[in-house]
Design a protein around this ligand. Structure first.
Ligand SMILES: Cc1ncc(COP(=O)(O)O)c(C=O)c1O
Length: 386
């Protein structure tokens, strides 16, 4: 496939009708994904959904190929990947799965998303745990952040729950260093990868983390209802499957004894939406054709261009630290984020606001071009002079 951005945009039709700069909320669905979903929907309509040979000859191999693609994305092995419904699903599986004792502690930070935070607070309430929250400041560099985690983690910490990329500020967290501190205290680490999965390289070997959850619908441009959880093979024994079903088990006897499925598949349960699996598989194939390394590089370049252009606008302060992913968050003097988002939508420019702190957030990915960013810059200048 060509690396010409104009040609790549043809595969993401939503990028042709607007300046689509909101992949962090939901990626533009890729044309191959939409087609794969439609084809399978049509086949299910006309051929029925329970033809055993389709299941064995097509669905299962397709699911295994997808597992392989996701394993390559994580630099993990296929048996360390559970297919999930979204990031939050993976965060829940990891957070609920530990064998909690009253008095255990969880460490997280003040910029986490509810998708990771709510499972933390829910297990804390259910099992009588203490949650320690590292208070993040916009001015924190890696050293400051690491120091805050160092102070929060202690011998009672069982789990550290953090994002790889902050959904609020776009900061790339020093996950490897925080993991080293956690492990030195006997704690495990779960990563919310909603804003990193597909946007920056993920190497779970180098990061050392235990669990890592990603969505299919954001930076991977797959359908909703898809995602993945990496579970390090050595941690399988530490993680109890909280919810189980047909795919989770290898054997079940009449006494109720059961053997879990090998590997991370034991965290999967029930029937999946096969067109969705086909859709994510198609989006991943498109990415692999382009080459994931090329994609990360392209995201780095277009995001750097976006930062430069935003910083040219008087009154704009980009708060994202220099080590960035595909998210840039900024403040604009005299402009309320929600109002700016609404005005931009009128001009077919899609970004979003976040709160606490109040910021505008722009997402740039490999199908965005300079024209998208120029449109955003010009529109923001127009809003400023109103
Ligand atoms: C950091 C972060 N975590 C979790 C989520 C929730 O993602 P999902 O809908 O895939 O569970 C989001 C989505 O906006 C996010 O930005």
């Amino acid at each position: 496939m060509s690396h010409e951005i104009a040609e790549i945009r043809e595969h993401f039709p939503a990028t042709l009708t607007q300046a689509y700069l909101n992949t962090g909320s939901a990626g533009p669905l890729s044309r191959p994904a939409a087609e794969a979903i439609e084809i399978l929907n049509r086949r299910q309509l006309h051929e029925g959904r329970s033809n055993f040979s389709i299941y064995l000859d097509e669905y299962m191999p397709m699911q295994n190929r997808l597992r392989g693609q996701l394993a390559r994305l994580f630099n993990a092995d296929e048996d360390e990947i559970a297919l999930t419904l979204h990031t939050t699903n993976g965060m829940n599986i990891a957070t609920w799965g530990l064998r909690w004792q009253p008095g255990d502690e969880i460490v997280t930070d003040s910029h986490e998303h509810p998708g990771g935070l709510l499972p933390v607070y829910a297990v804390a309430r259910r099992f009588g745990l203490t949650v320690r929250v590292a208070q993040v400041a916009l001015s924190d560099d890696d050293e400051a952040l690491i120091e805050k985690f160092r102070r929060a983690i202690n011998a009672r910490t069982r789990l550290v729950s953090i994002s790889h990329v902050s959904w609020k500020t776009g900061a790339v967290l020093p996950v490897a260093e925080i993991t080293r501190i956690a492990h030195a205290h006997g704690a495990l680490v779960v990563v919310d990868g909603a804003q990193s999965g597909g946007a920056i390289p993920i190497d779970v070997q180098a990061l050392g983390v235990d669990f890592y959850a990603i969505p299919g619908q954001k930076w991977l441009c797959g359908p909703e209802g898809t995602g993945a959880l990496f579970v390090r093979r050595d941690r399988l024994a530490d993680l109890n499957p909280t919810f189980v079903g047909y795919p989770s088990h290898k054997a079940l006897d009449t006494e109720g004894n059961f053997l879990p499925a090998a590997g991370a598949k034991r965290f999967e349960m029930g029937t999946v939406y096969w067109p969705g699996i086909a859709g994510l598989h198609a989006s991943m194939s498109l990415r692999e054709e382009l080459d994931n390394g090329w994609i990360y590089n392209q995201i780095g370049q277009i995001t750097a261009t976006c930062r430069e252009m935003l910083e040219e606008i008087p009154g704009v302060v980009v708060v994202t630290p220099p080590a960035q992913s595909g998210l840039l968050s900024f403040q604009m003097e005299g402009v309320k984020p929600d109002e700016a988002v609404a005005k931009l939508v009128e001009q077919k420019i899609v970004i979003r606001s976040v709160h606490e702190p109040d910021l505008l957030r722009v997402s740039t990915s490999f199908y965005n071009d300079e024209a998208d960013i120029l449109r955003l810059r010009d529109a923001l200048e127009g809003i400023r002079s109103l």
